[in-house]
Structure formats: C-alpha cells, structure tokens
Design a protein around this ligand. Structure first.
Ligand code: FE2
Length: 207
C-alpha cells in the first residue's frame, strides 16, 4: 500500500442526512455544527492520517473497526475508526419528526423482548443515563431478541455478536450546549422526537 493510493481513497466524512437546523429544538444547529463539523470530522481526519501507509489504508471503515478491535498496538486507529463509524450510525439513528410508532416487525420484537415499546424506550433511556462518563447507548439484536447495551468511549457492538439497530451518543459534546448537565432530558427528548425507528427496522437481520 503506498501513500498516493491511500490519499486517493480516504475514509469519507459522510453527509449529514438532514440540515443542521432540522433537529431543533431537540438538538440545535449550534450543537450539530460542532458535533458533526468538528468532532466527527476530526475523528475521520485523524483516522485518515493514521492509516496512511498501513495495512488498513485500503480497507472500508467497518473493516478497520473490526480488524483493530481489542488490538493493543492499534488503539489509536481503533478509537478514531470506531468513533467515525459510531457517529455515522448515530446520524442515521436520528430524523426530524422521529419517534412515534416503530414499524410492525420492530414493534413486535420490542414487545417480545421488553414487554412493549414503552419498556424498550425506558430501558434505552436508563442505559444512556447510567453510562458513567462518555459513551454510547444502543438498541441491538441478538438472534430473535432485542437488547439494550451501553458502551464506554469508542467501544461499539459492531465488533461483537450483537447487531446494532440504533444508537444514542452520550458524550457530553452531543448535548452540553443545549442541555448542560441534564443528560436525561437530552436522551428522553431524542427518543420521543428524533429516534429513527425506520432506520432501526432496516437494520434487523443484517450484519
Ligand atoms: Fe459524538
């Protein structure tokens, strides 16, 4: 792998699937401007710098995340690759005028796994609030079961047996400008107003 080829195929910063102001007032344009334009972009830029001339230079993002997970000699590449992947997944997990009734198959699995849609949302909220420090809360699928998991820092269920369906970023940069220390208010407003259950349903059965 040579440097010129690596530079010709960098990991791209994906376009936001909505306008910067489209999630307000739950998530402000100001927050999205920093979160997407600074934080997410920096993970992607740093990753592209780190993989130049390495065995990872030609790999798609998802493969880099899986190849470097739990490899102590590739911690920096993993952290930036996983954060790049997690953020792209987070943007897809949100949509303007989201929330509401999940698609039928997802709703059925929420009922069999948690006892209902409201119980699923409550478990997701509780996990997001309970995560100590920075990290992510996830709705995942394991076989016919849905589960809620929380992960610290850049850790992602993408590298485990569970299939990610939807995520909530609970790093302070995701909510501090809008909610300061009130993470619970950010999480609950997101679940009720922005959760893209259609995206979650599209992820069922894939990986
Ligand atoms: Fe973030």
């Amino acid at each position: 792998m040579n440097t010129a080829a690596a530079l010709s195929q960098p990991i791209p910063l994906p376009r936001l699937p909505f306008d910067l102001g489209a999630l307000a007032p739950v998530i402000s344009a100001n927050t999205l401007n920093f979160h997407y334009g600074k934080h997410h972009k920096t993970y992607v830029d740093t990753l592209n710098n780190l993989i130049v001339g390495t065995e990872f230079a030609d790999m798609p993002l998802e493969s880099i995340v899986k190849a470097t997970a739990r490899q102590s000699d590739h911690t920096a590449i993993f952290n930036n690759a996983a954060q790049a992947w997690n953020h792209a997944f987070y943007w897809k997990s949100l949509k303007p005028k989201g929330g509401g009734e999940p698609p039928a198959e997802l709703k059925r699995l929420m009922e069999t796994s948690f006892g209902g849609v409201d119980q699923c949302k409550k478990e997701l909220s509780n996990a997001a609030v309970a995560q100590f420090g920075s990290g992510w809360a996830w709705l995942v699928q394991e076989g016919e079961k849905l589960k809620i998991v929380k992960t610290p820092d850049a850790i992602t269920p993408l590298t485990d047996a569970a299939r990610p369906l939807l995520t909530i970023d609970i790093w302070e940069h995701a909510y501090y400008l809008d909610y300061q220390n009130r993470r619970v208010d950010y999480v609950n407003a997101l679940i009720e107003n922005l959760a893209n259950w259609e995206f979650a349903a599209e992820n069922l059965g894939k990986k």
